[in-house]
Design a protein around this ligand. Sequence first.
Ligand code: F6P
Length: 512
Amino acid sequence: MVSERSAVQAEVLVASNRGPVSYGLGEDGGLTAKRGGGGLVSGLSAIGQSTRGAERLDEGQRSGDGQADAVWVCAALGDGDREAVRRTGGVLDPGDTGGQRVRMLDIPAEVYAAAYNGIANSVLWFVHHMLYQTPLEPVFDAEFRAQWAAYETYNAAFADALAESAADGAAVLVQDYHLALVPGMLRERRPDLRIAHFSHTPWAPAEYFAILPDDIQRQLALGILGADRANFLTRRWAENFLACAETGLGGQCERVRPEDGAPGIVALVPERKARTTWIGVHGLGADAAFLRERAHRPDVEERMTALRAQIGGPDRKTIVRVDRTELSKNIVRGMLAYRQLLADRPEWRERVVHVAFAYPSRQDLAVYRDYTAEVERVAGEINAEYGTPGWQPVVLHVKDDFARSLAAYRLADVALVNPIRDGMNLVAKEIPVVSDAGCALVLSREAGAHEELGAHALTVNPYDVTGTAEALHEALSMDEGERAARCERLAAAATALPPARWFLDQLQELRG
Ligand code: F6P
């Protein structure tokens, strides 16, 4: 397949569903840009730090020859984004994006909704996080097939845009389950490119992945194996992917284990002319420098004052959690564990507050709206059951506010991170870096972060409410010296691979 090339050709391209900026559309027709954060944003802005990247960047700027250092391709997510694409042709103002070149794709709204809500978030997310209640769901019927066709169209739109914008032999880093078919599609369009795929989620065990229809399993495995490198957050997820590829592709996929035991594992796909895909592990860490600086700004101090007033008494301890209101985060069981703590250990009543931030997520899906309502209901029940005039046992906030999250991080005595399943969980890594007095971490064994932090945390089975209540008691009772020492070890492990290094390692590996 031959593709058209656009005027600007990039040496490095990143593709993800959600880009580094989104736009709100005011009633007066004005657009407000809102910049996002996260590992990819820091990673991409670090390209200039890599030797080859820096050379290219200088060349491009000097020569004005149409070579761009990097381009980020993402989707328009809502009306504001679509309007921005209409006004700019999709090439966004670098002033809005923190200086990054961003190409935003306006995929038809109904195609986007079916791909994002239908397949990505209601099928792939559910499979990888093992969220189905299997007696009734999933049902792979005609509606699913129509949504799958939309998912293919949406992936093809990304593959087309990347093929158009990539310089000869460019490096393309494709992100996440939304774009699982892109590596294979892009390789067909541009065999000269170096392509990587990164999974930010867990990968399902082979027996669970087998819930999906056989042809869909094959398409997903072949899509990702279209990349030269398929990267995961932990070895566990990488191993699961390999098992799924072997099962789904049968004899087409041959696995080779490197003799040196290096994380790189090779999969051969003879059907694709014995191409090799290296499977890698890159455990994204917290950005210590950014977090520590940001957490000491005046807006965070203000919010600490407000939170302290809500917590009450100066000697009260805090159990902090900060999540999207996401089914896999297990917020309700966390609250049930807190309720059991108050029931079984009355000595903690009036002496502890559960500070729970549950920020809105995926509210187009009924199951997420219901879950949000359940979180609020259980928090209300605990407050009604145990609250006193001077003590509100659960302080729940549902409006997203990063400065307030950092304020809670600083005040945390105990961090509760108990997901059913999670690719990594950066909150588990961020709180110990920022906590003022040093916090204890109660951590689910099913979070990817457990591979790195487990030795210094209190490990819980996320389904075991009684066990979680006991771990909360142990964390609250921990001697201050031990807590601070553990917290230091947690922070060191959490920051071992900062986002810029995480990204540049992958880029350098890809360029070989
Ligand atoms: O964990 C995968 C991921 O894509 C994260 O990178 C991100 O935090 C989350 O899912 C966001 O989901 P959404 O874009 O649907 O809000």
